[in-house]
Write a protein that binds this ligand. Structure first.
Ligand SMILES: Cc1cc2nc3c(=O)[nH]c(=O)nc-3n(C[C@H](O)[C@H](O)[C@H](O)COP(=O)(O)OP(=O)(O)OC[C@H]3O[C@@H](n4cnc5c(N)ncnc54)[C@H](O)[C@@H]3O)c2cc1C
Length: 446
């Protein structure tokens, strides 16, 4: 279909002012730091579920690819339009449809930002524990589509655990509802679970019912510095054996500390080779147990300053060389130190500075290769290093993605960790729910 005709037709559905020229931030997510930018015929910003359905119907009829876009904070190129078509931005679906604090539940449209749900919960004595690092920009729809995690998912579980229902537009433009405000529902197949982590390849999420919990009584954080990853691994295992369930266990390796350590609240020891951060959200007594488990070097900086600092790590690493390829492999927690050390070795073999940090309790590493995005040779080296990293994750019995999804960066890699039959089941599901292959083509699966 000709672009002018497409823009005209879509303008009749959503209003001409909501069909934009495809430009600027709509053409990329955070993988721009490694030079990934797409092209599209238009950006479409529907204002209601019905407008999303009509847009999908039109695109489906005319074979136009549809790339759903949330906050654009993804780390896998999932929202980048790599095969043309339209970018369907959910930003105008930003209403809280209902909020029942006494029943611990909220129903929001897909474009509501993660931070807004967290804030609304907090202001009402509740908590929404899913806390991906870019919560001020990421959207609930994007969080569901990536099945997002974050530091507190160690205790509370990733996004899937907090969604009781999803409203979505499925091919060829039908509005469907999976689950709802009910807390238990085993009547059908777990299609709700299927949409969590579907990365825009099965349909467009337009709204969700989320679970909330009463706000934890305390938020006390502590940090321990260690000489190397092996010593840090021991501390992590001590935390898990302490009898207290930590709300989070995070880590930074020596190379990340070399970049960010100077601004650690209260200062960092000169010989620090590994950092473990943990939090208790239950009681002072539990916190004391965790501090003891961290060992003699434990410190207790102001928790807000500590988490602010932790939140700044990803950006600080990016700006250190201007770009990075940051992955999110996860390994069994007892293999963490090995994965940390081998990440650095892989980088060295490819002539790249490498570092990692992440969600230690989940064995989830943000293994990162630093690069200058203007240097194609470095980008190629980083891609080659990432291939080795994925093989490492598989070798250690882990996964190539613990929380960011496969997007376009790893769209042909599922067979590294799944059997041919399991990969075939993925292809069959996608074929059944998106027979024309128009929902985010080229993403997640090859
Ligand atoms: C500084 C920083 C820290 C981060 N820390 C974490 C972390 O700790 N844990 C973590 O899990 N992630 C983290 N992320 C990654 C990112 O924030 C998450 O993946 C987030 O869930 C993406 O949400 P988004 O709204 O920005 O989605 P986008 O980037 O816009 O899209 C992500 C994918 O979801 C699809 N999608 C988006 N909205 C919809 C919808 N409504 N319906 C269907 N498909 C849709 C897109 O097509 C794409 O495939 C971090 C990112 C940054 C920049």
């Amino acid at each position: 279909m000709k672009t002018d005709a497409l823009i005209h037709d879509l303008g009749r559905i959503v209003g001409a002012e909501h069909v934009l020229e495809a430009a600027g931030h709509y053409l990329h997510d955070t993988t721009l730091t490694m030079g990934l930018r797409g092209e599209a015929e238009a950006v479409v910003r529907p204002g209601s579920t019905e407008e999303v359905a009509a847009t999908v119907r039109h695109c489906y009829e005319h074979d136009v690819p549809i790339v759903p876009r949330g906050g654009g904070t993804g780390f896998a190129g999932g929202a980048t339009p790599t095969q043309g078509g339209i970018v369907l931005s959910l930003e105008r679906l930003a209403r809280v449809r209902s909020f029942d604090p006494l029943l611990w539940r909220i129903e929001v449209e897909a474009g509501v930002r993660t931070h807004s749900v967290q804030r609304l919960a907090r202001e009402n004595g509740l908590a929404f524990p899913v806390d991906p690092g870019a919560a001020e920009e990421s959207q609930i729809g994007g969080n569901i589509a990536t099945n997002a995690g974050g530091p507190h998912c160690f205790k509370y579980g990733v996004m899937r655990a907090w969604v009781t229902g999803v409203e979505a537009v499925m091919a060829p433009g039908e509005i469907a509802r999976f689950g709802g405000p009910v807390r238990k529902d085993v009547a059908g197949y777990d299609l709700l679970g299927l949409l969590c982590g579907s990365e825009g390849t099965l349909g467009i999420i337009t709204a969700a019912w989320l679970r909330l919990i009463p706000a934890p009584p305390v938020s006390l954080a502590a940090a321990g510095f260690y000489s190397d990853a092996a010593a840090g691994q021991e501390a992590i295992e001590q935390l898990m054996a302490s009898g207290v369930q930590p709300a989070a266990i995070e880590y930074l390796d020596a190379a990340t500390l070399a970049i960010c350590g100077a601004t650690f609240p209260g200062g960092m020891p000169a010989d620090a080779g590994f950092l473990v951060i943990t939090e208790a959200d239950t009681s002072e007594a539990d916190f004391a147990e965790l501090v003891e488990a961290l060992g003699p070097g434990a410190r207790t900086p102001d928790p807000r300053a500590l988490w602010r600092w932790r939140d700044s790590v990803s950006l600080a690493v990016t700006v250190s060389r201007g770009g990075k390829l940051s992955d999110d492999i996860a390994v069994p927690v007892d293999r963490l130190a090995e994965a940390v050390e081998r990440t650095v070795e892989i980088g060295r073999r490819h002539g790249l500075q490498a570092c990692s940090w992440g969600h230690a309790g989940d064995g989830n590493l943000h293994s990162t290769f630093l690069l200058d995005p203007g240097e194609p040779a470095e980008r190629r080296a980083a891609n080659a290093a990432a291939e080795e990293l994925f093989a490492l994750a598989a070798e250690l019995g882990g996964t190539i993605s613990g929380e960011h999804g496969l997007g376009v960066l790893k769209n042909h890699k599922l067979s590294l960790q799944w059997s041919p039959a399991a990969v075939g089941a993925h292809d069959a599901v996608r074929g059944a729910l998106d027979p024309k292959g128009l929902f985010n083509p080229g993403k997640k699966l090859a």
